[in-house]
Design a protein around this ligand. Structure first.
Ligand SMILES: [Zn+2]
Ligand SMILES: [Zn+2]
Length: 344
């Protein structure tokens, strides 16, 4: 499940479809092939077989590093870069700017140079924010932008989402979903590399009556996940237990935000959820207006409910591992809200 493949035909990380229909290579084999120049679609290859003829030591060293298994992310980035047909190059230095486009490069030396430039310049693959970056009319172009992505933000639940999630699935490590359906949530939890997930809202308000059906559907389909950081905003309390249970072995940080009355639980209810879920790796629970038996308004909370909040949080600790802490964004200040989606 965790093995990543490279599809030379698609010029991208292999999707499920590629594994079935296309010739998928291991990441290392794909790197070798690209640098040997025999992946050129037309015309005879410039280099046939064998390793790159006398590669400069720097290139050889870098290639070995990419292939050692610990730098798979970088290797994928290199493959994505080298699979392009044209490269826009801008060199800015000493007050001068040179820019141009490289086209149709098949010789391995230039490819090796591109690879080194990417590595030396520590170029990183940027995250894709669906709200900002996926405005193209051409859906194929939208999906291409997602290939190989490690951080994918604000996936909306429109017609595109299913394809977006499928294309991102092999590589995505950090994901945020806006008002996902139960189906989207299940799809997220089986992504092999997903470690951080933010869920903002859940389905449409009008679907709240059908939460019962959704709950049984989730119970049936939610697979044991490996998410370490989970942030749930305005999440229906009825579904909380099912979702947490599926992450019970891996979850380290859980942040619950309840902007409205509907997503709050009182201390006893939350305690019972936590007891049922046995989150054995949890070290930090962050509550943002989550408890229904203390005021969600800052002034009232800190003036009248501070002690109550402390004792309720102590009660919750009973259900958590010994070293865990429970913090409140109102009592402890906004600094407790560590950004869930860190730079990769
Ligand atoms: Zn393919
Ligand atoms: Zn508090």
């Amino acid at each position: 499940m965790n093995t990543l493949g490279w599809c030379p035909g698609c010029g991208a990380v292999a999707t499920r479809h590629c594994w079935v229909r296309h010739n998928v290579l291991t990441v290392n084999a794909a790197l070798e092939q690209l640098l040997q120049g025999d992946a050129a679609p037309s015309g005879p290859p410039l280099h046939t077989g064998g390793p790159l003829a006398a590669p400069p030591p720097l290139v050889a060293r870098h290639l070995e590093r990419l292939k050692d298994g610990d730098h798979e992310g970088e290797a994928l980035q290199a493959l994505t870069l080298l699979s392009g047909k044209t490269w826009d190059v801008i060199l800015r230095g000493g007050g001068h700017v040179l820019s141009g486009t490289l086209r149709d490069i098949k010789d391995p030396e230039t490819k090796a140079l591109l690879l080194l430039m990417a590595a030396k310049g520590e170029l990183t693959s940027r995250a894709v924010d669906c709200a900002k970056d996926l405005g193209h009319k051409d859906q194929a172009l939208n999906l291409k932008m997602i290939l190989g992505v490690r951080r994918l933000l604000n996936v909306p639940m429109n017609d595109l989402y299913q394809e977006v999630l499928e294309v991102a699935a092999p590589t995505v490590e950090q994901l945020s979903l806006l008002q996902p359906t139960d189906r989207a949530l299940c799809a997220a939890f089986v992504m092999p590399r997903l470690r951080r997930l933010r869920v903002d809202g859940f389905v449409d308000e009008s679907l709240r009556e059908s939460l019962h059906t959704i709950e049984s559907n989730l119970e049936l389909n939610l697979k044991q996940g490996h998410v370490q950081w989970l942030e749930l905003v305005a999440f229906p309390p009825t579904l909380l237990k099912v979702v947490l249970k599926a992450q019970r072995l891996s979850l380290e940080v859980l942040q619950l935000t309840a902007p409205d009355y509907y997503s709050r639980l009182d201390c006893d209810e939350l305690l019972s959820v936590l007891e049922d879920c046995e989150l054995r790796s949890l070290r930090r629970l962050v509550l943002v207006k989550m408890l229904d038996d203390v005021s969600p308004f800052y002034d009232n909370h800190v003036k009248f409910d501070r002690e109550g909040c402390v004792s309720k949080r102590e009660a919750l600790l009973e259900a958590l591992p010994e070293e865990a802490e429970v913090v409140c964004a109102l009592c402890d200040g906004e600094s407790v809200l560590k950004p869930m989606m860190e730079q990769l």
